[in-house]
Design a protein around this ligand. Structure first.
Ligand SMILES: [Zn+2]
Length: 82
């Protein structure tokens, strides 16, 4: 059975769009908003050093301890594939 592609002209992008492009665009948009910020706690001692809100001077400010970097890296990797 042949797959039926719906297509339409996107005047913003000046190109033909296909149903699959639209699905991928929606998935990409969903992935973008699925990115999470670094953890910030009311008690700044427990905030992620990378949030910029951490007041524990013993931590490395470039080190993420909350998992946001690992989480967002997976999203960036998925988004990097066209
Ligand atoms: Zn973090």
């Amino acid at each position: 059975m042949n797959k039926v592609y719906e297509r339409w002209w996107d005047s913003d992008k000046q190109q033909w769009m296909y149903q699959e492009d639209e699905t991928i665009a929606r998935l990409r948009a969903a992935l973008e908003v699925a990115k999470i910020p670094h953890y910030v706690c009311e008690d700044c001692f427990y905030s992620c050093p990378k949030s910029g809100e951490c007041c524990d001077s013993d931590t490395d400010p470039t080190m993420c301890t909350c998992g946001a970097d690992a989480h967002n890296a997976k999203i960036d990797e998925a988004l990097a594939h066209e």
